[in-house]
Design a protein around this ligand. Sequence first.
Ligand code: ADP
Ligand code: MG
Length: 282
Amino acid sequence: MISVSGLSFSYTKKPFITNMSFNVSKGEIFGFLGPSGAGKSTVQKILTGMLTSFTGNVSVLNTDIKHIEKSFYEKIGVDFEFSSLFEKMTARENLRFFSSLYSSPSADIEGLLKKVDLHKDADKKVSAFSKGMKSRLNFIKALVHDPDLIFLDEPTSGLDPSNAAVMKQLIIEQKNLGKTIILTTHNMYDASELCGRVAFIVDGSIKALDSPWNLMHKNTNFNVVYSWLENGEKKERTVPVTQTSSDEKLQSLIKQNALISIHSCEPNLNDVFAEITGRVLV
Ligand SMILES: Nc1ncnc2c1ncn2[C@@H]1O[C@H](COP(=O)(O)OP(=O)(O)O)[C@@H](O)[C@H]1O
Ligand SMILES: [Mg+2]
């Protein structure tokens, strides 16, 4: 779906995006995880043909991005980081307007509104919408022409946990329909819950690229902490994960079903990000 090699780009004379290479296959959710200012939105703008003064090779949907035609935009959907809706128009009017810009038959607008639970508010002006409602509308706006490839820039940013969960479910639904999704985020939960593969991006370059699981489990040097009761008192012990079979106390507690807790303390994606890049995700 996407093939990038030796991509470099800068807004100024100072190099920024440097020698980036990656491929994205059909049906993947591919993530860019990095702190604010890392270059995530810039890469998305290059992949969607909005910034063309780069060097290197960028091919999207088998087309050199420097030579795309209008029809390219019929096949991609973009949910920008900042809402791009007409506030004085209703939700339904926004969707009808944006879908009228495409020549391909539009997706089922009423179905999309229902899917994101906005059908009852579809005739309200967007200016009266909450942040969560705007995000959901902005998301389905990117789907009005039923694109194969979807770009989502910080789709859960600023959403409360329940709206973020709804958004994540919607993204998974699109993946299950066979769509390919490029997602940028600074949120490790989004990346680990949604992405098949994730690129760590800092200062315009990719520092690591793998599945969240592989990234989190490359380092097997972490501990297991378990606890049990002894004469009514809680006891706790820590053992390296690589030595659990030789830990007699742990083995005997398992045989007696006497553990009261057991936790493996493998690093989360934030920890791994900090270890690899020396930066924190904010
Ligand atoms: N149009 C622009 N002109 C000049 N600098 C820009 C422009 N857009 C973004 N930048 C700068 O490029 C860097 C990366 O921005 P961006 O790609 O938006 O990062 P991210 O999406 O990872 O937060 C930032 O330092 C930002 O200030
Ligand atoms: Mg951004």
